[in-house]
Ligand binder design. Structure first.
Ligand code: C2E
Ligand code: CA
Ligand code: CA
Length: 558
């Protein structure tokens, strides 16, 4: 039998074991009686053996057990036990009563010590299975509950494990403080139980995740999950303040005999990760998630080698001055040609590289390649600017600006021919540091542009503080121009605003003539998109540039 099974056996039979122990202790006491009697009576030392069962009884049965056993032991060595068996002289009543009192005291003390130790151990156990702030059971408790599933009697119902992520927990913490977030979490079980209509504990498995294990019939599942999602749509009310919680849910069906507790929880959490990534309310676990995750890890694992093996290269997409058609510059976009997996799009590997220090190697590569290419183009008369995409981590990287200045010197380039595309989110990460870093770069005349403008949450006031020269309107506003009225308004407002702030505007994702014409009439300065050209390898770009003579002309233009 394994240790865990042994423990479970003992726990199941604990009442029988206690009766058995009580009988043994009584037998022990009677044994001491015989020992004392046989060795000549109470005047000899053997009566002290009685302390052993008294201590044991206090230990096993607590204060009450210790006291009762003390009384019993005192009686056993009391009125019927002579002082001297040979002479038959009996004890004085005061003598055995005094001893009985002493036995009772020892029984009481050992019982008290045992109860205190036990309650301390129980507190420790409680603390290891609960969140101390909200008092909700924690991850350990959930694992414990899941490990008892196989003990439950076989049932035809499903075991549904749901993990709920409070997506805006960090934001709430910084806006309203710890106490408010904890109070929200404390109120969650009530919401969950009234939504699912099953009395089931809600576990807090980390600061922003709670989980609930439900035993349900298969046909109930969809309706129940819908109710669970709806339960969070109404704001929580904390001290009269309505607090809205954004939640994502991942869930998995736990198999009673196949899954280990950890596997079951992992499945629900993997489903949750997908729900967060896809911005969906709820996602069910599918085995394919695991292989995708492993593929992603494998991709990132091989990215470092790919950098050294020549699998990565830069492509260049033209940016054109809308009024004159002049090719103002190019955006450098990374391409990965994997020997087995084929082309891996940057949208797949860049966001993952951004979660590690690998992004600095990726950016170093993009900077180095693009600047070397630009130096070559300058030599053969292609006088354009190159824009390089920069990640948020890069701006926080110590010495990042110095690296760019060094590359400028190495390739003898003017700062004005380099543009850095930074997203709004990246600019807002650490304003003090960003301002300093961008100031160094703009002092060297390097142009900073805000990429994907309109999709982030940047404050205009902060943007005004930064040395930004260009805003790049995100493709989602450009794609449906001029048919989409909302996009028309946004683009017109962005152009006016940027011009008022002394910035230029470029529209990316220009795919149609109609969009180009609209942007021209709206006063947008530059355009980039498939209408002009897809991103091209360096030699292809050279041919494209030579063919148009450095000036893009669409019909209707001179
Ligand atoms: P981004 O910076 O917003 O780049 C524009 C993306 O839109 C590029 O996708 C480009 O090929 C695509 N695009 C350009 N014109 C059109 C168009 O008319 N229609 C449509 N549908 N798409 C168009 P790509 O090359 O797949 O790059 C995706 C993202 O990956 C980039 O978005 C950028 O965030 C990132 N990325 C690419 N290269 C680098 C790099 O060297 N460093 C960093 N940090 N990120 C990079
Ligand atoms: Ca970009
Ligand atoms: Ca963009």
């Amino acid at each position: 039998m394994e240790a865990k099974q042994q423990y479970q056996w003992l726990y199941r039979h604990r009442h029988l074991l206690r009766i058995f122990a009580a009988i043994l202790l009584i037998v022990f006491a009677l044994g001491v009686y015989l020992l004392v009697y046989m060795t000549g009576g109470i005047k000899f030392v053997y009566s002290h053996s009685m302390y052993v069962p008294i201590l044991l009884s206090g230990f096993l049965f607590g204060m009450t057990g210790g006291v009762l056993f003390g009384l019993f032991a005192g009686f056993v060595l009391g009125p019927f036990m002579p002082i001297d068996v040979v002479t038959g002289e009996m004890q004085l009543t005061a003598n055995w009563l005094y001893r009985t009192g002493f036995f009772v005291l020892i029984g009481f003390l050992s019982g008290a010590a045992s109860q205190m130790t036990r309650s301390y151990v129980e507190r420790l156990k409680w603390a290891s299975e609960h969140d101390l702030v909200t008092q909700l059971p924690n991850r350990n408790a959930l694992i414990g509950r899941l490990s008892k599933i196989d003990e439950d009697k076989p049932s035809s119902s499903l075991l549904l494990l749901v993990v709920i992520f409070l997506e805006n927990e960090m934001e709430l913490r910084s806006s309203f403080g710890e106490a408010v977030v904890e109070e929200v979490v404390r109120q969650i079980p009530q919401r969950v139980v009234s939504a699912v209509q099953i009395e089931s504990p809600v576990y807090r498995i980390n600061s922003a995740q709670v989980s609930v294990l439900l035993e349900i019939d298969e046909q109930e599942q969809d309706a129940l999950l819908d109710r669970l999602v709806d339960a969070f749509r109404t704001p929580f009310s904390i001290n009269g303040i309505p607090i809205h919680i954004d939640v994502r849910m991942g869930y998995a069906i736990c198999s009673r005999d196949m899954d280990s507790p950890e596997d079951c929880l992992r499945k629900a959490e993997e489903a949750l990760a997908v729900a967060v990534e896809r911005v969906q309310d709820k996602v069910a676990y599918k085995p394919v998630f695991r292989s995708v995750k492993q593929d992603n890890l494998a991709i990132i694992g091989s990215l470092k080698d790919a950098l050294g093996d020549g699998q990565l290269s830069m492509h260049y997409q033209p940016k054109v001055d809308i009024r004159s058609g002049e090719v103002h510059g190019v955006e450098a976009l990374m391409r990965w040609s994997h020997p087995e997996l084929g082309n891996i799009p940057p949208g797949t590997f860049i966001p993952r590289a951004e979660q590690s220090t690998l992004i600095s190697l990726v950016t170093d590569f993009a900077l180095e390649q693009s600047m070397r290419q630009l130096a070559q183009w300058k030599k053969c008369g292609i006088d354009i600017a190159v824009a390089i995409n920069i990640s948020s981590r890069n701006l926080l990287q110590p010495g990042f600006a110095d690296l760019i200045l060094r590359l400028l010197q190495e390739y003898e380039l003017d700062g004005a021919s380099i543009e850095l595309e930074v997203t709004e989110g990246a600019l807002m990460m650490d304003m003090a540091h960003t301002i300093h870093e961008l100031a160094t770069l703009s002092n060297a005349k390097i142009i900073i542009s805000v990429d994907d403008f309109g999709t982030g949450y940047s404050s205009l006031q902060y943007l005004h503080l930064l040395p930004i020269s260009i805003i790049k309107i995100d493709q989602c506003f450009v794609r449906d121009l001029p048919a989409e009225k909302g996009a028309v308004n946004i683009v017109e407002a962005a152009v006016t605003l940027a011009h008022k702030m002394g910035m230029k505007v470029i529209a990316e994702g220009v795919e149609h003539r109609a969009a180009y014409d609209f942007l021209q009439s709206a006063g947008c300065d530059m355009a980039q998109g498939y209408l002009l050209s897809k991103p091209l390898a360096a030699e292809e770009f050279e041919r494209w540039y030579q063919a148009c003579g450095g000036r893009y002309a669409h019909s209707g233009q001179a």
